[in-house]
Design a protein around this ligand. Sequence first.
Ligand SMILES: [Zn+2]
Length: 223
Amino acid sequence: MEKINTNLGNKFKLKAAFEGKKSVLSDPEEACQLKQIHSNIIYEIHSSQDLAQVRGKEGDGLLSYLPNRPLLIKTADCVPILLAHPQGIIGALHAGWRGSSQQILSLALKKIEALSLDLKEVKLWIGPAIAFSCYEVGEEVAKHFPEAVFGPCLRPAKSPGKYYLGLQEANYYLALKAGVPKSNLYLSPHCTFCEPQDYYSYRWAKQNHKEETARNHSWIVFN
Ligand SMILES: [Zn+2]
């Protein structure tokens, strides 16, 4: 569990957390969440009506201008990304390899930029996910992560045709490239696969023949 409590500019207070098996969000059902489908679809929430309409839709990203309304993303190895702009905008993204390769993060940042807001002021937190050295993929996944776009997020693994893929690193690189300063970027040191006592991990459960459908909750809210 990683908790974030900080001021969001001069006007707002921000609260967020990457939760594992310990949960503190009192009522996750109250939070705005989507039916996640490994896409790069992002919804923008400007009003309570938007919120009601967006809830439960298929997609993987939320940007909201509403205070006191938490956004929630669920993951188990995929990368949860939380972000905020001091003008009172928060975002939550689900970025597995499909969403990352479709640059859901770059799209979210473009939407913020389109509001004439400076990405230098964006704060961005990349949460616990399966780490670089634990996430082996084949050529069919690796080919979607060219270094020119995603930075050095691939390393050859021992078996031929296999690679280690750093999804957190790929997203970190996308954020830097978009103009979010390094000093505003947080990268979680926790690996969901290596820390099954604290986090839900899809790959760990599969490897250990465990039925596991629970997910880590990542949420963000401001007031
Ligand atoms: Zn690991």
